[in-house]
Write a protein that binds this ligand. Structure first.
Ligand SMILES: [Mn+2]
Length: 245
């Protein structure tokens, strides 16, 4: 069984470099995988599924996933803190199954916990306070009822506050809290945890044979995580195709 894990692409219409990398990935790396797990922050911002029909860029992205699904790869998506407004309609259009905030799967007989990972950053008290409000069904319902202009204004405000907060907050506070990791893994009886969000790609060996893989964001030169019959490999990003005449 071959599964690919990605997160934190932060795709946006303006970032043509990452989009080209994503195009190459969807053409050359993802096909042939049994499963593709997208663990949040696929999109740099998502203002709700009601925006999908009028968003040519997002429609192109979901069509790329749909083509992969039609090709036989099962696609699973978790929401991140940037695209937490992704809903069923988006997932359906992408041919993907929407994951819960925390999902435990069986990976070659090993209980494996998947999540975006921002809930593990419990030292960042201000962030967690805002998160508790934003990541509720109620906020999603209210958000989805707002007109486009109001959504854009809220997104701008959240982004500005997030940038200010990040510039003032120590790096260590924005990383995961070790106790939060232990608690989450214990709650799901998992010996393996795979997440993104922190943009600190690493393979951590923990006590009692537990392991934690942190995926890379797509703006740094690292690669994506592939699982194949019991072995994990960090694979380099596929090269974007050269333009040829
Ligand atoms: Mn994130």
């Amino acid at each position: 069984m071959r599964a690919i894990f990605i997160s934190d692409l932060h795709l946006s219409e303006r970032d043509t470099v990452t989009q080209a990398q994503f195009d190459a990935f969807m053409l050359h790396a993802a096909p042939g995988a049994d499963r593709l797990y997208v663990l949040g922050d696929l999109l740099h911002v998502w203002l709700g599924d009601a925006m999908l029909a009028g968003d040519a860029y997002a429609l192109k992205v979901v069509a790329q996933f749909k083509a992969l699904a039609n090709h036989g790869t099962q696609i699973f998506m978790a929401r991140g803190n940037r695209d937490f407004m992704i809903g069923r309609e988006f997932a359906r259009a992408a041919g993907a199954t929407l994951l819960d905030e925390q999902t435990a799967i069986d990976l070659g007989g090993r209980r494996t916990l998947l999540m975006h990972g921002d809930e593990l950053c419990t030292d960042d008290v201000r962030y967690q306070r805002a998160r508790r409000v934003l990541r509720t069904d109620l906020f999603r319902v209210i958000g989805n009822a707002l007109p486009r202009s109001a959504r854009l204004a809220i997104a701008r405000k959240l982004r500005r506050e997030s940038d200010q907060h990040k510039s003032k907050t120590a790096m260590a506070i924005m990383d995961v809290n070790a106790d939060a990791v232990t608690r989450a893994m214990a709650r799901h009886n998992a010996s393996l945890l795979i997440h993104g969000h922190t943009h600190r790609p690493e393979h951590h060996t923990l006590t009692q044979g537990r392991e934690r893989w942190v995926m890379s964001d797509w703006q740094q030169d690292y690669g994506y995580l592939e699982y194949h019959d019991g072995t994990f490999t960090v694979k380099p990003w596929p090269a974007a195709p050269q333009s040829s005449l």
